[in-house]
Design a protein around this ligand. Structure first.
Ligand code: FEO
Length: 161
C-alpha cells in the first residue's frame, strides 16, 4: 500500500473514531436530559462509527499497512435542544461525507482499486446516514419538540435496532 494512501486512510480512521466519541458524548448528554431514546440512538451511532473505523483498520492491515492512532480531540457537545443536537450530527456527517469523497478521489488518482471498492460501501453508508439524520430533523420541524411530541420522538428513536 502506498504511503500517501496509508496516511489518508489513517486520517479517515481518526475521523471515524472522533465521530464515535462525539456521538457517545452526545448520548451521555441525552441521558442526563432524561431522553433515553435519543441516548440510545446516539449510542447506536457510536457503535456504527466504531465499526467504520475498524473496517478501515482491517483494510489497511490486510494489505500489509500500518495504523497509528492519535489523541481524540472532540469538543464537548453543548445542549440547546434535540433539534440543535441533531443539526450538529448532520453537520458532522456532511463533513465525513466530504472526507470520504476526497479519499475516494485519491483512490482514483492513485489507481488503488481495492480501496475504491471498499469506499463505495462508505459512500452508500453516508447517503443512508445523512438521510436518517435529516429524517429526524424533518420530524422535529413538522411536530416540534415540546411535550408529547418530544416523548413520542424519544420513544421512536429508542426503537433503533
Ligand atoms: Fe462513519 Fe457516519 O461516518
Amino acid at each position: 500500500m502506498n504511503k500517501k494512501i496509508q496516511k489518508a486512510i489513517n486520517d479517515q480512521i481518526q475521523a471515524e473514531f472522533e465521530s464515535a466519541h462525539a456521538y457517545l458524548a452526545m448520548s451521555l448528554l441525552c441521558n442526563d436530559k432524561s431522553l433515553p431514546g435519543c441516548a440510545h440512538w446516539l449510542k447506536s451511532q457510536w457503535q456504527e462509527e466504531t465499526g467504520h473505523a475498524l473496517k478501515l483498520v482491517e483494510h489497511v492491515h490486510s494489505r500489509g499497512g500500518s495504523v497509528t492512532l492519535k489523541n481524540i480531540t472532540v469538543e464537548q457537545p453543548k445542549w440547546t435542544n434535540v433539534e440543535g443536537l441533531f443539526k450538529t450530527v448532520l453537520r458532522h456527517e456532511q463533513a465525513i461525507t466530504i472526507s470520504i469523497n476526497k479519499l475516494y478521489e485519491l483512490a482514483l488518482a492513485e489507481k488503488d482499486y481495492p480501496l475504491q471498492i471498499l469506499l463505495q460501501w462508505f459512500i452508500n453508508e453516508q447517503v443512508e446516514e445523512e438521510g436518517s439524520v435529516q429524517a429526524i430533523l424533518d420530524r422535529i420541524a413538522l411536530a416540534g419538540e415540546a411535550g408529547a411530541s418530544l416523548l413520542f420522538l424519544d420513544r421512536q428513536l429508542g426503537e433503533r435496532a
